[in-house]
Ligand binder design. Structure first.
Ligand code: SDX
Length: 430
C-alpha cells in the first residue's frame, strides 16, 4: 500500500485502496469517488462535517488557529490595507491587481451599477414592509430576464460579464430595497463616488438634500465588506455551487445563495444578534439568557456564537470588535450601551464551561450589527449587507466551478429509512 492511499476493508473482508490527496495546506482528503462502485457503500455525513465537496484555490480557513486567507493573504492584512474592490479583484482573478488593473476594474464595476428602469415596477410589487432579503431574492433572481446577451454559461466572457454585473448591482438593489421599505424615492448610483460611498449615498441621500459622507462610516463599510467577502464552502456558497452544477444561469445561482444566507443559523444571525441583545436589554439579564442557551429543552441559542469551522476565535469577530469603539465614539447617537452589553455577554459566556468545552466563540455576526446600527442601517438590512459583500465570493466560486474540467452535476445519495416495498391498498380496504 503506497503512502498516499488509505485501505478500507469491510466486515466481509472486501477491501479497497483509496487515494489520499493533499492541498497546499490543511487536512488531507480521502478520495472516495470510487467507493460505491468498488464497495457498494455510501459515506454518511449529515451537515458535511467531515466532507470536502470540491477543491478550491480561493479561500483557506484554519479553524483551530482561527486563520482566514483570501488567495493566501491573511484577512488581517487585507482588512488593514486593502479596498473592497481590490479584494474583489483578488478573489475573482487570484492576485492583487496592479494600479492599471485596479483602475480598469473600478471603471468596469462603476459602469454596471445602474439597474434596468423597468425593475422599479418589480420593487413596487412588494408591500412596503416586505423584508429586504425577500426583495433581494426576487429581484436578483429576475435579472436573468434582462441580460440575454450574457447567459451562455459555457462562454468565459459571458461568465465574467455576469460576475461584474452582480458585484456592481447588488448595492444598487440593496439600497433600492431599503428605499422601498421606507417609502423614499430610489437614489441613482453616482460615478464620482467609490463603491462603499456610493452605497451609503444610495441609502441615505434624498432628492431634497445631499448626503454628507462620513469617512469613518465609509471606512467601516469597506472593512465589513472585506471581512464578509468569502468564507470557503459555507452554506450559501455551497448552495451557489450546487445550483450552478446543474448549469443554471448565474443570477438564479446567486439568488439561491441569498436565500440560503438569510437563515438565522447563517448570515441571518447578524440581525438575530441585535434582536437578542435588545431582548436581553441589561447586563443583569445575561445569566438568564446564558442559562437558556445551555438548556437543551429551550430552542434559544446565543446568536453570533459558535461556528462549524472556527474552534478558536473567528478572526473577523476580533477585527470587528476592535473597530466598534472607533465607530461608536464617532457617532452622535451611538449604541455604546448595546456594545457594552455585547462585550459583557462575550466575557461571561467565555467563562462558562458549556461554551469553553464546545469551543463556542463569537463569530463574524456577533459585533457587525452594532456597527451597522451605528451607521443608521436598520436591523432588517444587516443580512442584506452580508449579501452585498458575499456576492464576490459566490461569483468567484461559481466561476471556479464552471472553469473546472471535472465539473459535473452535484447529486448526493442518502440512507433510505422509509417503508419497505408494499402494494397499493384500495380505498375501501383501508
Ligand atoms: C455564519 O460556515 C461559515 O463559514 C458561515 C459564516 C460565513 O462567513 O459564511 O462564517 C457566517 O453563518 C456564522 C454563524 C452564524 N450563526 C449563528 O451565530 C447562529 C448561532 N450558532 C449556531 O447555530 C451554531 O453554532 C452554528 C450553526 C454556527 C454551527 O452549528 P454546528 O457546527 O452544526 O454546531 P452544532 O449545532 O452541532 O453545535 C455543537 C454544540 C451543540 O451542543 P451539544 O449537542 O454538543 O450539546 O454546541 C452547541 C450545540 O447545541 N451550540 C450552541 C451554539 N452553537 C452551538 N449552544 C448555544 N448557543 C450557540 N450559539
Amino acid at each position: 500500500m503506497s503512502d498516499n492511499t488509505m485501505k478500507l476493508t469491510s466486515a466481509e473482508g472486501h477491501s479497497v485502496e483509496l487515494n489520499l490527496r493533499k492541498g497546499t495546506v490543511g487536512p488531507e482528503v480521502v478520495d472516495i469517488s470510487s467507493l460505491y462502485r468498488e464497495m457498494g457503500v455510501f459515506t454518511y455525513d449529515p451537515g458535511f462535517v467531515s466532507t470536502a465537496s470540491c477543491q478550491s484555490a480561493i479561500t483557506y480557513i484554519d479553524g483551530g488557529k482561527g486563520e482566514l486567507w483570501y488567495r493566501g493573504y491573511p484577512i488581517e492584512q487585507l482588512a488593514e490595507r486593502a479596498s473592497y474592490l481590490e479584494v474583489a479583484y483578488l478573489l475573482l482573478y487570484g492576485d492583487l491587481p496592479h494600479a492599471p488593473q485596479l483602475a480598469e476594474f473600478q471603471r468596469i464595476i462603476r459602469y454596471h451599477t445602474m439597474i434596468n428602469e423597468t425593475l422599479k415596477n418589480f420593487f413596487n410589487g412588494f408591500h412596503y414592509d416586505a423584508h429586504p432579503m425577500a426583495v433581494m431574492v426576487g429581484v436578483v433572481g429576475s435579472l436573468s430576464a434582462f441580460y440575454h446577451d450574457s447567459l451562455d454559461i459555457h462562454d468565459p466572457r459571458h461568465r465574467e460579464i455576469s460576475a461584474h454585473r452582480m458585484i456592481a448591482k447588488m448595492p444598487t438593489i440593496a439600497a433600492a430595497s431599503y428605499k422601498h421599505n421606507v417609502g423614499e424615492p430610489f437614489i441613482y448610483p453616482r460615478n464620482d463616488l467609490d463603491y462603499c460611498a456610493n452605497f451609503l449615498n444610495m441609502m441615505f441621500a434624498t432628492p431634497c438634500e445631499e448626503y454628507t459622507q462620513d469617512p469613518v462610516a465609509v471606512k467601516a463599510v469597506n472593512l465589513l465588506f472585506i471581512l464578509h467577502a468569502d468564507h470557503e464552502q459555507n452554506a450559501s456558497t455551497s448552495t451557489v455551487r450546487l445550483a450552478g452544477s446543474s448549469q443554471a444561469n448565474p443570477f438564479a445561482c446567486i439568488a439561491s445563495g441569498i436565500a440560503s444566507l438569510w437563515g438565522p443559523a447563517h448570515g441571518g444571525a447578524n440581525e438575530a444578534v441585535l434582536d437578542m441583545l435588545q431582548e436581553i436589554g441589561d447586563v443583569s439579564n445575561i445569566d438568564k439568557y446564558i442559562a437558556r442557551a445551555k438548556d437543551k429543552q429551550d430552542p434559544f441559542r446565543l446568536m453570533g456564537f459558535g461556528h462549524r469551522v472556527y474552534k478558536n476565535h473567528d478572526p473577523r469577530a476580533t477585527i470587528i470588535r476592535k473597530i466598534c469603539h472607533e465607530v461608536l465614539n464617532n457617532m452622535a447617537d451611538n449604541d455604546s450601551p448595546l456594545f457594552e452589553l455585547a462585550l459583557r455577554l462575550e466575557e461571561m459566556a467565555l467563562q462558562d464551561e458549556y461554551f469553553i468545552e464546545r469551543k463556542l466563540y463569537p463569530n463574524v455576526d456577533f459585533y457587525s450589527g452594532i456597527i451597522y446600527r451605528a451607521l443608521g442601517i436598520p436591523n432588517s438590512m444587516f443580512t442584506v449587507m452580508f449579501a452585498i459583500a458575499r456576492t464576490v465570493g459566490w461569483v468567484a466560486h461559481w466561476m471556479e466551478m464552471m472553469d473546472d474540467p471535472q465539473q459535473r452535476i452535484g447529486r448526493p445519495r442518502q440512507v433510505y429509512t422509509g417503508a419497505d416495498r408494499r402494494d397499493y391498498i384500495p380505498l375501501e380496504h383501508r
